[in-house]
Design a protein around this ligand. Structure first.
Ligand SMILES: *Cc1c(COP(=O)(O)O)cnc(C)c1O
Length: 468
């Protein structure tokens, strides 16, 4: 399987090269040259299998001969071994036709562990075979950083630097990044917001001299291997509800569009997904875009669902690539326009997007009241991100009332409520306790560096800390 850039100007790579590279050299994102398709019988055959076996069958066509089947099965087994739930991604019913996919049983209590734990094992296996080391640099609005640090801590071949917006992540998120004491992990509090963190990481990748000197590798959701890991739970949950014999829809709390883009791939692979509903908080550039108002940046407003406080949604570029008929030049031009504020989506591309995606938004008040109402109706305590999803899912279900056979709606619960205790307690009056396996988080000493929002300062910091 070959991997190509959404902007059409970077060399084609193998899966392993695309994974170790992250961002393409033309500024684009890697995608498989062709999306593998699973037959009706292949999908029916997933029923009753373990999460790990489904993961193997869904992902194997994408990795080709990068690893032998035995090696790849072993990598998957190690990736999900540290999860606190035997089902890995258990599905719960909230009401008639409404389900919640719990993706927060990994080591850092957010869905990002699904991709990050796998990528940690993939990197270790590939780098040790190549005898190489890399420097991983990532930007985080909170959850990616802790998931990356947890996945790479203590590995010999990797140094990890995570940029997070100073003062804009929750205390649990910050402590998960600053308390691991392994010498190869480095938390950087940047004086800026998440978009600044993400922009500086992109700058480092576009600064080829630095990129080559430190052997930069990216594990942000632009890394295709991360998107791929997330395709798996669309299959396990849809099959649990009767796919491929029955359609399902998904509502996905969305920031960088990585998680929901994985759902799009699942649909293109043959999973019978009816709607993919993008749920945003008040930072609603995607909802505005999918409502036909173009893709124009605003400024980020901090919210109770900070992992979705994003104005530029990196992986949306991948959806645009397909919506524009796999035309790298068109995508390249849109991204140029975006750097000076935004762009309008062509009518043809808008129609293509609407074939798969719908959207909705939840205000701060709606998010908090959904936490309270869901607790009252079901006993389930939602994190604010998951609550944005449930609110938008309920709206989507109401909109489809009377439209014939009801398609079940699965909302992705992206984090554990204990990751966002202040907002959850404000909404519900209930203080969500951390699972006992991480109850010492508030006692451990923290280690971090505060750095200016300045490319040279960040690069200098990284070079000094790799050396030591
Ligand atoms: C990262 C994150 C999201 C957004 O996911 P994207 O793939 O960036 O769209 C939603 N909820 C939580 C809890 C997250 O950590």
């Amino acid at each position: 399987m070959k991997y190509i850039s959404t902007r059409g100007q970077a060399p084609e790579l193998t899966f392993e090269e695309a994974m170790l590279t992250g961002l393409a050299r033309d500024g684009g994102l890697y995608l498989p040259a062709e999306i593998p398709v699973m037959s009706f019988d292949d999908i029916a055959g997933l029923a009753g299998l373990s999460y790990e076996e489904v993961a193997f069958r869904v992902m194997q066509p994408y990795i080709g001969d990068t690893f032998t089947d035995a090696e790849f099965r072993d990598i998957i087994a190690r990736a999900y071994n540290g999860f606190g739930h035997a089902a890995r991604a258990p599905l719960k019913q909230l009401s008639e036709g409404q389900f919640l996919l719990e993706l927060f049983h990994g080591p850092t209590l957010a869905f990002k562990d699904f991709a990050m734990q796998l990528i940690g094992q993939l990197f270790e296996a590939a780098l040790s075979r190549r005898g190489e080391t890399v420097t991983i640099v990532g930007a985080t609005s909170g959850d990616t950083g802790s998931a990356a640090i947890e996945a790479f801590r203590g590995l010999d071949a990797v140094n990890v630097f995570i940029l997070f917006p100073h003062g804009r992540v929750s205390e649990v998120q910050r402590r998960q990044m600053t308390t691991p004491d392994d010498a190869n992990v480095h938390a950087i509090a940047l004086d800026g917001d998440f978009d600044d963190c993400q922009a500086r990481v992109k700058d480092m990748f576009n600064h080829f001299a630095f990129r080559d000197e430190v052997r930069l590798a990216g594990v942000n959701s632009i890394n295709f291997a991360r998107v791929l890991a997330q395709v798996v739970y669309y299959f396990t949950s849809a099959v649990a509800l009767g796919a491929p014999h029955r359609k399902v829809s998904f509502t996905v709390p969305t920031g960088n569009f990585g998680d929901i883009f994985a759902g799009y791939l699942a649909k293109r692979m043959g999973l019978p997904i009816d709607r993919l509903v993008v749920a945003t908080n008040q930072n609603d550039i995607l909802h505005r875009c999918l409502s036909g108002q173009g893709y124009f940046k605003g400024s980020t407003i901090p919210s109770v669902s900070p992992s979705m406080d994003i104005q530029v949604s990196s992986n949306f570029e991948r959806a645009l690539y397909y919506a524009y008929g796999e035309d790298g030049r068109a995508v390249s031009q849109l991204m140029d326009e975006l750097s000076s504020g935004g762009f309008d989506v062509s009518q043809g591309a808008m129609e293509a997007l609407r074939e798969s995606f719908s959207s909705g938004r939840a205000s701060e008040e709606e998010t908090l009241s959904t936490i309270a109402s869901t607790l009252a109706a079901t006993g389930e305590l939602l994190c604010p991100h998951s609550a944005v999803g449930v609110k938008v899912a309920e709206e989507a279900l109401r909109a489809s009332d009377g439209a014939g056979t009801k398609v079940p709606m699965i909302t992705l619960a992206t984090a554990h409520p204990a990751k966002f205790p202040a907002a959850v307690e404000e909404a519900s009056g209930v203080h969500p306790p951390l699972p006992s396996r991480m109850s010492d988080l508030y006692e451990m000493p923290e280690r971090l560096s505060r750095v200016d929002n300045d490319l040279a300062a960040i690069e200098d910091h990284i070079k000094r800390h790799i050396a030591s």
